[in-house]
Design a protein around this ligand. Structure first.
Ligand SMILES: C[S@@+](CC[C@H](N)C(=O)[O-])C[C@H]1O[C@@H](n2cnc3c(N)ncnc32)[C@H](O)[C@@H]1O
Length: 401
């Protein structure tokens, strides 16, 4: 039989190995976050899981699913939790609200704010609240306050907050979060825009929310009054479009015909790398951009390029569409980006797409070139444009330097 002592010793060495791995991945920017991850016994928040799974650096553990099997709550991967805590730049003594509870991340935050700080974590699900409370108590974090609430309204009774860290996938930024920010407040939030999600760190500039920081991430969706269902529009067997705009109309019959029509290939001469940065650039460059998903069968048959199997930004115009692909560039040893286009206007959409690829490569091909502004607006007033991703309560503008 394994004793408590043996379990604790094994957990401690697995935790040290996870911290080393996260260091190697370049996740830690500060000593404080690394120390918090090295301190909190993550296995006490992963009850019923093998220790190895609890201490896998880059793996989320599903805590609860809905009847269809979709994850409703998970213990997020330590990797993304550490990334977001670095974005948050939490200081000792701060008041922090976490949206979406599990206990572990709240315990990390408790380490960062110290005894003088305040940590409130809110979850919409009573079962998750109860579980988080039990895990936090078992790990000795009695001072973290766990609240049952739809966090769309924030937690006014504990406001203001110096940091609001959102750990469910948001589609918009509710006014309550802005109103409950302190003067030095920051909101770290995984925000979905045209089918892609990035974690932003928004500060207030006196008028709008602005962020120079964005990181790739994926989260279970927000529930409650801020829930926003994305559309998955089937086009033909093995092809679907993923999009946020509920009003956008598509000629799926013509697009289905286009899938099986001969394709046009255009090569851009531009380098392909940093796919996460490029994806943000493409997805936010025009409201005509959606995410194209295609099956491996269609890739194996040579109909579509492999980029579709994970979802790729695609420009759709009428019954034509274009999306990016790549091929090795023997001169540079890297890759060249290109476009595959289908449909009667394949040439036009391919040319527009290739122009975006060239613009990206010549002007913005580096990390951190985007600046994101969220301008609050009266409900429904934001209009999508080449610069603006419209949200219900505001407009997101992505500018590139
Ligand atoms: C990824 S889990 C949270 C992980 C957690 N922070 C941890 O330490 O691992 C996301 C949580 O957000 C919760 N959630 C979803 N919508 C919510 C809402 N509107 N208000 C509060 N919690 C919400 C879900 O119930 C789920 O437990």
């Amino acid at each position: 039989m394994t004793t408590v002592r043996e379990t604790d010793d094994t957990a401690a060495s697995l935790r040290a190995a996870m911290v080393s791995e996260l260091h190697e991945m370049g996740v830690f920017q500060s000593e404080a976050v690394a120390k918090a991850v090295a301190t909190v016994p993550r296995h006490l928040f992963a009850t019923g899981e093998p220790l190895q799974a609890a201490y896998a650096a880059d793996k989320a553990l599903v805590i609860k699913r809905d009847r269809q099997g979709h994850a409703l709550s998970s213990l997020s991967a330590t990797h993304i939790q550490a990334v977001m805590l670095e974005q948050a730049e939490i200081e000792p003594g701060m008041r922090v609200l976490e949206v979406g509870s599990g206990g572990y991340n709240a315990a990390l935050i408790a380490e960062l704010v110290g005894e003088a700080g305040t940590v409130v974590t809110a979850d919409i699900d009573a079962e998750i609240v109860e579980r988080a409370r039990a895990c936090l108590d078992a790990a000795g974090y009695h001072r973290v306050q766990v609240v049952l609430a739809d966090a769309e309204g924030g937690v006014p009774e504990h406001a203001p907050f110096d940091r609001i860290i959102v750990t469910a996938g948001a589609w918009d930024i509710p006014s309550a979060w802005r109103e409950q920010m302190s003067e030095r407040g920051r909101i770290v939030v995984p925000l979905r825009m045209r089918g892609i999600t990035r974690s932003f760190a928004f500060d207030h500039d006196g008028k709008d929310l602005v962020s120079d920081s964005y990181r790739l991430c994926g989260f279970v969706p927000m529930q409650g009054s801020g829930a926003y269902t994305e559309r998955l529009l089937p086009v033909t067997d093995g092809v679907a479009l993923q999009l946020d705009d509920q009003r956008q109309e598509f000629d799926t019959k013509a697009l289905a015909d286009a899938v099986h029509a001969p394709r046009l290939e255009v090569w851009s001469d531009a380098a392909f790398d940093m796919p996460d940065e490029l994806e943000l650039f493409l997805a936010t460059s025009t409201p005509q951009m959606v995410i194209l998903h295609g099956s491996k069968d269609l890739v194996d048959q040579g109909v579509l390029a492999p980029s579709v199997t994970r979802g790729v930004p695609a420009l759709v115009a009428g019954g034509s569409f274009a999306y990016r692909t790549k091929r090795p560039n023997e001169e540079t040893g890297g890759f060249e980006s290109g476009v595959f286009a289908h449909g009667p206007d394949a040439e036009t959409v391919a040319a527009r797409y290739a122009e975006l690829l060239r613009r990206w490569a010549s002007d913005h091909r580096r990390r951190g070139a985007a600046r994101i502004r969220y301008a609050p607006m009266p409900e429904g007033a934001a209009e999508p444009s080449a610069k603006v991703v419209a949200k219900r309560l505001g407009a997101v503008e992505v500018s590139w330097s």
